[in-house]
Design a protein around this ligand. Sequence first.
Ligand code: FES
Ligand code: FES
Length: 162
Amino acid sequence: MTTVDIAFLLNGRPVSLSVEPRLLLSDALRHHLGMTSTHVGCEQGVCGVCTILLDGAPARSCLMLAVMADGRSVTTAEGLSDPLAEQLRDSFQEHHALQCGFCTPAMLLTAHCLLSAHPEAGESQIREALSGNLCRCTGYQFIIDAVSSLTERGGEGDASHG
Ligand code: FES
Ligand code: FES
């Protein structure tokens, strides 16, 4: 079996491993590195539950080979530990923004990326940012409310909406 040595930053810490060239990044994260918040659903790039941050931007880990992470920075929900991440987790809880929780790590990563870059985001921007993350349970409004409450608008509407 041919393997390739790769090394990258995972949640701020250097990791290295030998992988088969065909190994998906989602499987490497879950099965080789213990990052089980990285869920796997459709495996076709549709549902978004496998979302990670690659060099700070949301990416579908089911559409990437592990070797493509070589030399990059990967963040999973386990690595969200700053005050904004704490606020997001609390807000999701307060707004009942999760039920089964299957989509939640990816939602948190996507929302964290959005609010880090755009703390003034309005509802339409939040909806657009989260549109690649499917949720089977919540109907989305509670998730939108949870994220909106942390913006500089504080969930008080969206002048750009409509
Ligand atoms: S499992 Fe990756 S997008 Fe659905
Ligand atoms: S909370 Fe169940 S899929 Fe979103």
